[in-house]
Design a protein around this ligand. Structure first.
Ligand SMILES: C[S@@+](CC[C@H](N)C(=O)[O-])C[C@H]1O[C@@H](n2cnc3c(N)ncnc32)[C@H](O)[C@@H]1O
Length: 209
């Protein structure tokens, strides 16, 4: 892995301040997030880049958007004509925009309620940092392992998945790589856009079953 970039995190992040994601996304924060046009634009850009990296072969793929929030990615994927299953752990997010028409699922993405070989792809945008914060936590290790093992199972053979997230250090990235390598048969790597510009940096984990 390329470690030529630095993480200079000055302030504590929401995922460090709140144990439960639903405590952070209370009514006010959730509304501000869901109604922000600039966040919508940013999440759409990230989704476009994720799709570029995924290189989907199937023209009519069934995609899982894991941690969909108000559906910025899911609604866009749907607009592109991809059948999309949107899933989030916070029910209030699932009432925004057109996401209701996608029949979103209220569930924990670490325990996705789907049969094996269900999806042509999985996309997860800006959610994984809520699942792994402390590499010394045994419970987080088990939960993260379950997430990747489950994602491996519910993906169809030869399919790709992508996760974009905001790790706070390369230690977290190495830790994730170790779990993926040791607990699943995924092949893949991190792809880092703008590695030397912390404001513009985007980190993706692209995995192939
Ligand atoms: C920053 S928001 C991103 C939402 C959306 N992907 C987007 O691009 O706008 C993080 C989302 O991850 C969801 N999330 C965090 N942990 C989750 C979990 N264990 N299962 C499902 N969703 C989760 C949160 O509820 C929240 O909607």
């Amino acid at each position: 892995m390329n470690n030529d970039y630095s993480f200079n995190i000055k302030r504590k992040r929401p995922e460090d301040l709140f144990e439960n994601v639903s405590d952070y996304f209370n009514e006010e924060t959730l509304t501000t997030y869901a109604e922000s046009k600039s966040i919508m634009r940013t999440q759409k850009k990230i989704t476009i880049r994720a799709l570029e990296l995924l290189e989907l072969k199937n023209k009519h793929p069934l995609i899982l958007d894991a941690g969909c929030g108000p559906g910025f990615a899911a609604a866009f994927l749907n607009e592109l004509g991809y059948k999309t299953v949107a899933l989030d752990i916070i029910s209030e997010f699932l009432k925004y925009y057109d996401i209701e028409y996608l029949n979103p699922i209220l569930a924990n993405m670490c325990y996705p309620p789907f049969k094996p070989d269900s999806f042509d792809s999985i996309i997860s945008i800006s959610a994984l940092q809520w699942i792994i914060r402390d590499v010394n936590s045994e419970s987080e290790r088990l939960i993260l392992t379950n997430l990747f093992v489950s994602f491996y199972q519910i993906l169809k053979p030869e399919s790709n998945m992508i996760v974009q997230f905001y790790p706070k250090s390369t230690v977290i990235m190495d830790y994730i790589a170790e779990i993926v390598n040791n607990k699943t048969n995924f092949k893949g790597n991190f792809i880092i856009d703008n590695p030397n510009n912390p404001k513009k940096r985007k980190i993706f984990l692209l995995l192939k079953k």
